[in-house]
Design a protein around this ligand. Structure first.
Ligand code: DQA
Length: 147
């Protein structure tokens, strides 16, 4: 069975409490439940991980080598600030899809640049909790699982 690593970056553990006008009131557990249920339908197994620490996220990407067929990542603010996560994805050579809950292009200018955007299969931004389900579907399709 294909396996996908889902990585939630910094501050995403605060979903539900965090700026609900931007991120909604759903929690990270709600996100995980929703994608777990979709993964079951798609015949994919998920490993889900959240960290607020750059190096821990880099380690998790390294550990995905030879274990996971794809990476679904919301790197949060690190998307806009950190080269090391980009380099880690390039190092393992695993296809990745970048997701954002909010539409980062409608927000502060510094959120318009992502260090991941040009090395991932694609980016999904602005669909709330559905950014994750859309991201999982396209990643599954990319790695050869039916939609
Ligand atoms: C985010 C957007 C980022 O700009 C922000 O720093 C986040 C969440 C999103 O999912 O919309 O932490 O990645």
């Amino acid at each position: 069975m294909s396996s996908i690593l889902v990585l939630h970056g910094p501050n995403l553990n605060m979903l539900g409490l965090r700026e609900p006008g931007i991120y909604g009131t759903f929690t990270i557990e709600d996100v995980n439940r929703k994608i777990e249920s979709l993964a079951k339908q798609l015949g994919i197994s998920l490993s889900v991980f959240q960290s607020n620490h750059e190096g821990v996220i880099v380690d998790a990407i390294h550990e995905a080598f030879d274990r996971h067929a794809g990476i679904l990542i919301n790197a949060g603010a690190y998307s806009h600030t950190i080269v090391a996560i980009r380099d880690a994805i390039l190092a393992v050579g695993i296809p990745a899809v970048e997701v954002h809950i909010s539409n980062v292009y409608k927000r502060d200018k510094f959120r318009h640049h992502s260090y991941l955007a040009d090395i991932v299969v694609g980016q999904i931004s602005g669909f709330g909790i559905e950014s994750y389900t859309l991201g999982l579907r396209v990643l599954a399709s990319h790695i050869g699982k039916a939609l």
